[in-house]
Design a protein around this ligand. Structure first.
Ligand code: PEP
Ligand code: MN
Length: 286
């Protein structure tokens, strides 16, 4: 187990559930997704499309992000869309495409389960199960993924406090699964110029309250492609253990979240900058 020293902030007056609370030695728990370790000195980059759309889209994106240093591949097969008439994802067909490209690239797969009834199926294909923002307080689902034995990427509810976020994580840990990564992905505020308001302060706050690794999603955190690089760099600087970003081989024709997805060239350029910032804060991106 790697180390990462956290300081207790004595003046934070919220309840911290038992299992997610800082350990006595203040070490960050390493979450292992296949061969990839999250929570150590390497900043882990997770990239890929919002939704799996086709073999061509997924495979070309995956090959390119792998080449640039991404360590995990994201891509939704079941999508929580605001409108029931929007593209809902390819379902199991999408999961099969993810499995196929994993065979070639060896990139572990992160993909969402939206419902307790999907957990068994998603577990067959995924290396880490994503719980989306809208489901952060779906307690039966949290228990189900807790029992799945798979690492879990838990996204902060868009209207959830840090305390509520930690209690949701506690649901998963209470099932005997401590392989949980917390993801700040922007919260609802009065601001309307961005899709969400990325709460960068959640990173140092969480790192001072819990032993779980913390990552940032600058794509949903802004909803703006041009803003993603600035927020990703800030995420590394503020101490995030990783970043999850939407990247698409042709964002203009994406079926989901193209407006906030980097193209392959933009991702490549961003990785160069992220490596410099990681080095500046005593970490690395390999
Ligand atoms: C996603 O990662 O594509 C997603 C739907 O994220 P969130 O749950 O944070 O909105
Ligand atoms: Mn998305």
């Amino acid at each position: 187990m790697e180390t990462n020293v956290c300081n207790i902030v004595a003046d934070v007056k919220i309840k911290i559930p038992e299992l997610v609370g800082l350990k006595e030695n203040h070490k960050t728990t390493i979450v292992k997704v296949n061969e990839v370790e999250i929570g150590g000195s390497e900043v882990i980059i997770i990239a890929g499309p919002c939704a799996v759309e086709s073999e061509e889209q997924l495979f070309s994106t995956a090959r390119s992000i792998k080449e640039d240093g991404a360590k995990l591949l994201r891509g939704g097969a079941f999508k929580p869309r605001s409108s029931p008439y929007s593209f809902q994802g390819l379902g199991e067909e999408g999961l099969k495409l993810l499995r196929e490209i994993r065979k070639e690239t060896n990139l572990p797969i992160v993909t969402e389960a939206m419902d307790t009834r999907q957990v068994e199926l998603v577990s067959k294909y995924a290396d880490m199960i994503q719980i989306g923002s809208r489901n952060m307080q779906n307690y039966p689902l949290l228990k189900e993924v807790g029992m799945s034995g798979k690492p879990v990427l838990l996204k902060r509810g868009m209207m959830a406090t840090i305390e509520e976020f930690l209690f949701s994580a506690e649901y998963i840990l209470s099932q005997g699964n401590d392989q949980v990564i917390l993801c700040e992905r922007g919260i609802r505020t009065f601001e309307t110029s961005t899709r969400n308001t990325l709460d960068l302060s959640a990173v140092p706050m969480l790192k001072n309250l819990t032993h779980l690794p913390v990552i940032i999603d600058p794509s949903h955190g802004s909803g703006l492609r041009w803003m993603v690089p600035a927020l990703a760099k800030a995420a590394v600087a503020v101490g995030a253990d990783g970043i999850i970003m939407e990247v698409h081989n042709n964002p203009e024709v994406a079926l989901c979240d193209g407006h906030q997805s980097l193209n392959l060239e933009e991702f490549k350029e961003l990785m160069v900058d992220l490596r410099k910032i990681a080095t500046a804060v005593g970490k690395q991106i390999l």
